[in-house]
Design a protein around this ligand. Structure first.
Ligand SMILES: NC(=O)c1ccc[n+]([C@@H]2O[C@H](COP(=O)([O-])OP(=O)(O)OC[C@H]3O[C@@H](n4cnc5c(N)ncnc54)[C@H](O)[C@@H]3O)[C@@H](O)[C@H]2O)c1
Length: 245
């Protein structure tokens, strides 16, 4: 197993990609913390993992709240031990709202959840990773962090920021044996995009398909595992070739 006994926090793990990552990480032997604002959903995912013989707990976390983040780390350490892997996956979408259509409150909400929470969660786990000279951080970004037109103003800015922040982290902390990388999914069939999916054409994607959560979970396992130890600060696309065009 590729993540045997690794302690992994996955944010936004009650649904979509986070859920897929939690289930896949547990199958690879990780002790998984299913962290989400939707506590009932997180509990259901943790129960599914345990029913399949894996180890997991659910923790109620609003990633916009510093105290929730610190509590999540505390509960994780008390239950499983220090954090080996952090997957910053929780995110919200702005359904392509243009800048002039975006209020300041909407902007701040998107940036808080998609970017600032990453900063706070990373700062909370980095000291222990530096001390132990090991760890992995996987930041779920987006092709909207690479090109325009895959989100609205705030979403695009938040994901570009998240990729830049990932590069910064790598340049400063990779030297301590910490693997820090970003995943940039294209359109993946999850509840996040269900309202906009009908308006998107598979013809715009070279593979003529949308992605599935399991495919992103496989990539996250790889980046969290020692197989990726020479990968650092990269923004890996998983988008059916969308961004090559
Ligand atoms: N689905 C796509 O096509 C796509 C493409 C590129 C990137 N992404 C990114 O992937 C990540 C996961 O998206 P998804 O499609 O699986 O979405 P999803 O809506 O299925 O799941 C997101 C999860 O995040 C949780 N969440 C939202 N706000 C939170 C908060 N404040 N605190 C804690 N948890 C919170 C939700 O409860 C939910 O369980 C997001 O960062 C998203 O931006 C998605």
């Amino acid at each position: 197993m590729r993540l045997q006994n690794k302690v992994a926090i996955i944010t936004g793990a009650a649904s979509g990609m986070g859920q897929g990552e939690a289930i896949r990480f547990a199958k690879e032997g990780a002790k998984v913390v299913v962290a989400d604002l939707n506590f009932e959903g997180a509990q259901a995912v943790a129960e599914e993992i345990k029913a399949a013989g894996g180890e997991a707990i659910a923790v109620s976390v609003n990633v916009m709240k510093t105290e929730d983040i610190l509590n999540c780390i505390k509960v994780t350490e008390e239950t499983f031990g220090p954090v080996d892997v952090l997957v910053n996956n929780a995110g919200v979408f702005d359904k392509y709202q243009k800048s002039l259509e975006t209020t300041l409150d909407q902007w701040k909400f998107l940036i808080d959840i998609n970017l600032t929470s990453m900063f706070e969660f990373c700062n909370a786990v980095l000291p222990s990773m530096i001390e132990r000279q090991t760890g992995a951080i996987v930041n779920i970004c987006s092709v909207a962090g690479l090109v325009a037109g895959k989100g609205g103003a705030a979403y695009t800015a938040s994901k570009h920021g998240a990729i830049g922040y990932t590069k910064h982290l790598s340049s400063e902390y990779a030297r301590y044996g910490i693997k820090i990388n970003a995943i940039c999914p294209g359109t993946i069939e999850t509840p996040l995009v269900k309202d906009v999916l009908a308006g998107l054409s598979k013809e715009a994607v070279p593979t003529r398909t949308f992605g599935q959560v399991e495919e992103v979970a496989d990539l996250a396992v790889f980046l969290a595992s020692d197989e990726a130890k020479f990968m650092s600060g990269t923004a890996v696309t998983i988008d059916g070739g969308f961004t090559i065009q």
